[in-house]
Design a protein around this ligand. Structure first.
Ligand code: NAD
Length: 262
């Protein structure tokens, strides 16, 4: 893996790093020299991701964190601060998809999406920022192109739309939350930006993306005519974490193959 950015000596936290975009981010950060803390609700997945990094000669540790619980987020941040001494970078790749659960009410679907995708990002940002204040740091939150547009409903039937309404609402709010944090925390030396991916192949999207008909429809709707690989989102995340973007804060970078420009 060729590293485009140098993170030697940097301690980086990847929340949601057990899977998908977060896991790939953790691997690329380690390959670029960072010490990585992987914090996830799925501790086993986080441990497996950390072990793989260590096997390849990197440094990584796994921590359990339920981002949607402020106490759990604060505990994880304290533990990571203790183990790593200083936290330079935070990536929030925590998230759940728009699919409604069997038997869930419309309200429950909407609230569950907001609780993880918005409140989870907020609790994680505020818990880790407490340890960055005054020392500096960079934060990257993963929003979505769904912060800007409403993608087509991929699941038929009544009720499903509340998942998509909750998802789009949470992502729009993450984008603005990140901008507010960037403006209000700049005096403490913290930069904050978001990345808004389009369609990406990850475990989160495995079900809809493995349906050949639907996949073709999605690919045809993207000007670049394909679905992204997680690595293509990771390069944008690493740029925003690195000193190469030292004068960028409060921004959202869309990596959507041109979808929202159409
Ligand atoms: N895959 C896509 O097409 C796509 C597109 C746009 C935006 N995104 C966003 O990118 C981010 C990462 O998604 P992904 O596709 O890699 O999904 P993923 O399911 O592969 O990874 C998400 C990770 O978040 C963790 N997580 C979920 N709830 C949590 C909680 N309460 N506390 C801590 N960890 C929790 C999961 O265990 C998992 O490891 C999400 O915010 C998602 O909304 C994904």
């Amino acid at each position: 893996m060729k590293a485009a950015f140098d993170f030697s000596g940097k301690n980086c936290v990847v929340a949601g790093g057990a899977s998908g975009i977060g896991r790939s981010t953790a691997e690329h950060l380690a390959a670029a020299g960072a010490n990585v803390a992987i914090a996830d609700l799925n501790l086993e997945g986080a441990q497996q991701a950390a072990e793989k990094i260590c096997t390849l000669g990197g440094r990584a540790e796994a921590f359990r964190m339920n981002a949607a619980d402020p106490e759990s987020a604060a505990n994880a941040a304290e533990q990571i601060q203790r183990n790593f001494q200083q936290i330079h970078c935070l990536v929030n790749s925590v998230g759940i998809g728009a699919k409604a659960r069997e038997g869930e009410s419309f309200q429950e679907t909407f609230e569950r999406l907001i609780k993880v995708n918005l409140m989870g990002m907020f609790y994680s940002c505020s818990a880790f920022a407490e340890h960055m204040m005054g020392k500096g740091g960079t934060i990257v939150n993963i929003a979505s192109m769904s912060a800007t547009i409403v993608p087509a409903k991929t699941r038929p039937g009544r009720g499903g739309e509340y998942g998509l309404i909750g998802y789009c609402t949470s992502k729009g709010a993450v984008k603005m939350m990140t901008k507010s944090m960037a403006m209000l925390w700049s005096e403490y030396g913290i930069r904050a930006n978001s990345v808004s991916p389009g369609y990406v192949d990850t475990p989160l999207t495995a079900e809809p993306h493995s349906n050949p008909e639907l996949r073709k429809k999605l690919e045809d709707s993207v000007p670049l005519r394909r679905i992204a690989r997680p690595e293509e989102i990771v390069q944008v995340i690493l740029f925003l974490l690195s000193d190469a973007s030292g004068y960028i804060t409060g921004e959202d970078i869309l990596a959507d193959g041109g979808f929202t420009s159409r």
